[in-house]
Design a protein around this ligand. Structure first.
Ligand code: PLP
Length: 442
């Protein structure tokens, strides 16, 4: 018994896994048991554990300058280097980079940047944000309001009404497609619904549309072909900004530099975290276009400051570590490796499409999910989420960490450095757990 208040946990639960160390793609518990980290922690440890080059970089930066901030005219080399690297990498024009500590705070920052920007151009009424069902954008008050999952709202009195969050449907064909509907018809229907929402609210009141290229915590939802093309055509038509939440998809996860590249997204705002530092240090970035930044300069001069910033935003150790991680991604060509290994992993997982419990195998690159269903023919879901949780536990028994989410989907998101033999190990252990889960439910 400790005095922890655990995050995102059933507070009545007593069973806990005490993870004590990690090496490569494996973590170990306090009994010395080894687990293949099939979820990269919380979708974040892309480089795996114990990378000495990263460790050395952190130690060196701590010795050189353990802390400095970015307020009121001060800066430091590690933050400037990281911001310039990110601006050069992203598919955005002359991106400006605001550094934070988590995906949630990056998204909260974006809400404020949007308000600042539209106030600056004389459109204060243009503040609403369209988000999607089953989206996950974090848990701070604004980010949780953008999130579209009930457990992040219930008992917290969220979403926060004053934020003006509007909700549109998730692009999940397997779950939300109508009988007889094709994928293309489904994508058209989602676009029509979006247009109807924009017109009902008034485009002049809507600042941005936020989306994860592939929704992670909602159950790894890969949109149908053409979905983002249709959505972005509407955003351009109604002068609404595209806000791309790359907190999971960024840095190789989808088999390219960003999910935007894989899914054809042209963002005006991007949120980055997780694999930005491969989770060796907490760091995030909220990026906006140079055009947006330019009009924010004068209003900040009127006030005397741009009044937003965190004590730990742009922390020198976090920035130095992130820059090193980006250098390693490039040097080791890890995004290309993720594409190739991703094809291998997705192809191996397709073998489960015939499993009696598996309704859908979905994914792209190094992120995937199996949706467990009560009836394969009718796609009938299980009540509650106990079946996914059971499968997750069976995997754990076999030394594999996966995560059940989005009802009864089992998510996979291994470190990008995983080898072919380790993918085979993952698939073999998952297969055993699936068979045991089947035996348990029948
Ligand atoms: N956005 C997305 C897409 C995420 O998946 C997450 C976390 O899983 C967040 C934002 C929030 O990031 P954090 O947990 O670092 O606050």
């Amino acid at each position: 018994m400790t005095h922890m208040l655990y995050p995102t946990t059933n507070l009545t639960a007593t069973e806990q896994l005490v993870i004590t160390h990690g090496e490569g793609v494996y973590v170990y518990d306090n009994q010395g048991r080894q687990y293949l980290e099939g979820m990269s922690g919380l979708w974040c440890t892309a480089l795996g554990y114990g990378n000495e080059e990263v460790v050395e970089t952190a130690a060196r930066q701590m010795r050189t300058l353990s802390y400095s901030h970015l307020f009121g005219g001060k800066t430091h080399p590690a933050a400037m280097e990281l911001a310039d690297k990110l601006s050069a990498m992203v598919p955005m024009a002359d991106a400006r980079v605001f550094l934070g500590n988590s995906g949630s705070d990056a998204n909260d920052t974006q809400v404020k940047l949007l308000r600042y920007y539209f106030n600056a151009i004389g459109k204060p009424e243009k503040y609403k944000i369209i988000s999607r069902e089953r989206a996950y954008h974090g848990v701070t008050v604004a980010a949780a309001s953008l999130t579209g999952l009930a457990p992040n709202h219930t008992h917290f009195s969220l979403p926060f009404d004053a934020l003006g969050v509007l909700r549109t449907g998730a692009p999940h064909f397997y779950r939300d497609g109508l009988p007889g509907e094709t994928e293309e018809q489904f994508a058209n229907r989602r676009a029509d619904e979006l247009e109807a929402l924009i017109l009902a609210e008034g485009p002049e009141t809507i600042a941005a549309f936020i989306a994860e290229p592939i929704s992670g915590a909602g159950g790894v939802i890969v949109p149908p072909a053409g979905y983002f093309e249709k959505v972005q055509a509407l955003l351009r038509k109604y002068d609404i900004l595209m806000w791309d939440d790359e907190v999971i998809c960024g840095f190789g996860r989808t088999g390219a530099d960003f999910g935007a590249t894989s899914l054809g997204i042209q963002p005006q705002l991007m949120s980055l975290a997780k694999a930005l530092s491969s989770a060796y240090m907490p760091v995030s970035a909220a990026l906006i276009t140079g055009d947006m930044y330019d009009v924010m300069v004068e209003p900040s001069a009127q006030v005397g400051i741009f009044g937003h910033g965190y004590t730990y935003g742009g922390h020198p150790v976090a920035c130095a570590v992130a820059s090193k991680v980006l250098e390693i991604y490039q040097r080791e060509q890890l995004f290309e490796r993720a594409r190739v290994m991703g094809l291998y992993m997705q192809q191996k997982l397709q073998a489960f499409a015939d499993h009696p419990l598996v309704g859908e195998v979905r994914g792209m690159g190094m992120i995937a999910a199996l949706e467990l269903v009560a009836n394969k023919q009718t796609r009938q879901a299980f009540n509650g989420n106990a079946v996914g949780a059971y499968c997750q536990l069976r995997c754990q028994e076999h030394g594999l960490i996966v995560r059940a989410m989005g009802g009864n989907s089992v998510a996979l998101c291994p470190p990008l450095v995983i080898s072919e033999a380790q993918v085979d190990e993952l698939v073999e252990k998952l297969g055993r757990a699936l068979d045991e889960t089947l035996a348990h439910v029948i």
